[in-house]
Write a protein that binds this ligand. Structure first.
Ligand SMILES: *Cc1c(COP(=O)(O)O)cnc(C)c1O
Length: 397
C-alpha cells in the first residue's frame, strides 16, 4: 500500500536537499494528458513536467521503443559507436537542417557546450583568451556555472559569484542594446528564441534578423536556446524556423527525450568545421543508447502522427480561448506566446495563489517570472482539453 501523502513528503524532506519549495502533491502515474497523485486525484496537465512531456504519458509506441532498447543495451560510453546515437543525430540534423550534434544529459550541459564552441571558434581565429559573450536580461539558460553566467537573473547569480567572466547583458528585443555591448572581443550572442522562464516573450522578427546580421557581419556565433520553445511547441520543429533565422549553434533538451533526460547542442557547418575537436569536450553518459533511443522514437512519433500540424490547429483554438479570458478578466494584463507556449500576465493578484487554486480544481499549470501564468501542455492536447482547462482556470479565478 502507498504511504499517505504527509508521510511521503516528510520522508522526502528528510532525505532530499531542500532546493525547491514543492507543491504538496505526490504524483504517481500518468495517462495521456492526465496525471494522478497518490490520493487518486486526477489532474489535467498543462505543465508537462516543464515543457518536457510533449507526447504526454504512455504515448503509443514510446514506451515500447524504450523497452526494446533496455533489453539490448543502455550504455557504452563515447569510446565506441552505437546505433541509436547515430540515428538520433541523423534525425536531429534532418529536422534542423544543421550539421553536427553533440548529445548531453540536460539543458544546462547543452548550454555549456554551446559556450565552449563559441569560445573555441573565436580562439582559433585570433588566439585571444579574453573573448566575450552577449546574453539577454531576464533570460534563463540553466544552473551550472557557465549557463548561470549567461542567465540574466540577479537573484540566481548573486550567491555564486565569481561567475564565468566576459559576459555582457543586453535587453531582449532591443537591437541597439545588443550593438552597444559589442566589442572586438565578442565571440557570440546567446538568446532564447522565445524567452520561457523570464515570462514568455517571443523574439520579434526584426530583432532576431538584426542579431543574425550582426553576427554574420562580425563573424561571431549566434546561439539560439531552443530548450523550452523547440521540438514543435511553437508550431515549428524549432522556433527559429518560423523566422527563417538559422543559428550557428542551437541547444535542445526538455521535450527532446519526452521524459528521458537528454539534451543536445547542434552546430551548423560553419561552427562544426572550426570549433570543438577531439579532446575539447566530452561526457560519460551523453549520447548513450537508451537516451538516444528515446530521441529517435520522439522524432519518429512526431512525424508519423503529424504532431506539428496538430499543434498549429489546437494552438489557434487555445489562443482564441485565452484571448477571451484576457478580455473577460481585468487582472489579466495580456496573453503572450506562440503555439503551445503561452503566458498570461497577471496584475494585482499573486500568480502562486491561482496555481494552487487550479490544483484544487484538478489542473496543473506553472508560473514564469513573478507574474505570469505559464501554459506549456503536452503537444497532443485536443480542443476538449483546452475547454476543460479554461473551465478549471475560471473556477480557480
Ligand atoms: C529548462 C531550460 C534550460 C535548462 O535545462 P535543464 O535541463 O534544466 O538543465 C535552459 N534553457 C532554457 C530556455 C530552459 O527552459
Amino acid at each position: 500500500m502507498t504511504e499517505n501523502k504527509e508521510t511521503i513528503i516528510k520522508r522526502a524532506e528528510e532525505a532530499v536537499l531542500h532546493t525547491y519549495n514543492r507543491y504538496p502533491l505526490v504524483l504517481e502515474k500518468g495517462e495521456g494528458v492526465y496525471l494522478c497523485d497518490t490520493e487518486g486525484k486526477k489532474y489535467l496537465d498543462f505543465a508537462a513536467g516543464i515543457a518536457v512531456q510533449a507526447l504526454g504519458y504512455h504515448y503509443p509506441g514510446y514506451d515500447e521503443a524504450l523497452k526494446r532498447q533496455i533489453d539490448k543495451l543502455c550504455h557504452t560510453s563515447n569510446l565506441f559507436y552505437n546505433i541509436p546515437a547515430m540515428e538520433a543525430a541523423e534525425k536531429l540534423v534532418k529536422a534542423s537542417g544543421m550539421s553536427r550534434v553533440f548529445f548531453t544529459n540536460s539543458g544546462t550541459e547543452a548550454i555549456e557546450g554551446a559556450l565552449k564552441t563559441a569560445r573555441k571558434y573565436a580562439w582559433l581565429k585570433d588566439k585571444r583568451e579574453d573573448h566575450e559573450i552577449i546574453a539577454m536580461k531576464h533570460s534563463f539558460h540553466g544552473r551550472s556555472m557557465g549557463a548561470l553566467s549567461v542567465t540574466g537573473n540577479e537573484a540566481y547569480q548573486a550567491p555564486f559569484r565569481p561567475l564565468v567572466g566576459g559576459i555582457r547583458f543586453a535587453d531582449y528585443n532591443d537591437l541597439d542594446s545588443v550593438r552597444a555591448q559589442l566589442t572586438d572581443r565578442t565571440c557570440a550572442v546567446i538568446l532564447e528564441t522565445v524567452q520561457g522562464e523570464g515570462g514568455i516573450y517571443p523574439a520579434s522578427e526584426e530583432f532576431l534578423r538584426g542579431v543574425k546580421a550582426l553576427c554574420e557581419e562580425r563573424d561571431i556565433l549566434l546561439i539560439l536556446d531552443e530548450i523550452q520553445c523547440g521540438m514543435g511547441r511553437t508550431g515549428h520543429m524549432f522556433a527559429w524556423q518560423e523566422y527563417g533565422v538559422e543559428p550557428d549553434v542551437m541547444t535542445c533538451a526538455k521535450a527532446l527525450g519526452c521524459g528521458v533526460p537528454v539534451g543536445a547542442f547542434v552546430l551548423n557547418e560553419k561552427a562544426a568545421k572550426a570549433s570543438l575537436a577531439p579532446g575539447d569536450h566530452g561526457t560519460t553518459y551523453g549520447g548513450n543508447p537508451f537516451a538516444c533511443a528515446a530521441v529517435s522514437a520522439v522524432f519518429d512519433l512526431f512525424e508519423e502522427n503529424q504532431i506539428i500540424d496538430h499543434v498549429r490547429r489546437v494552438s489557434a483554438y487555445l489562443e482564441e480561448k485565452l484571448d477571451d479570458l484576457a478580455e473577460a478578466y481585468d487582472f489579466i494584463k495580456e496573453r503572450r506566446g506562440k503555439g503551445l507556449i503561452q503566458g498570461l500576465e497577471v496584475q494585482g493578484r499573486p500568480v502562486g495563489e491561482i496555481v494552487v487554486k487550479s490544483q484544487e480544481a484538478g489542473l496543473l499549470i506553472i508560473t514564469a517570472g513573478s507574474n505570469v501564468l505559464r501554459l506549456v501542455p503536452p503537444l497532443i492536447i485536443e480542443k476538449k482539453h483546452v475547454d476543460e482547462m479554461i473551465e478549471k482556470l475560471v473556477s480557480a479565478f
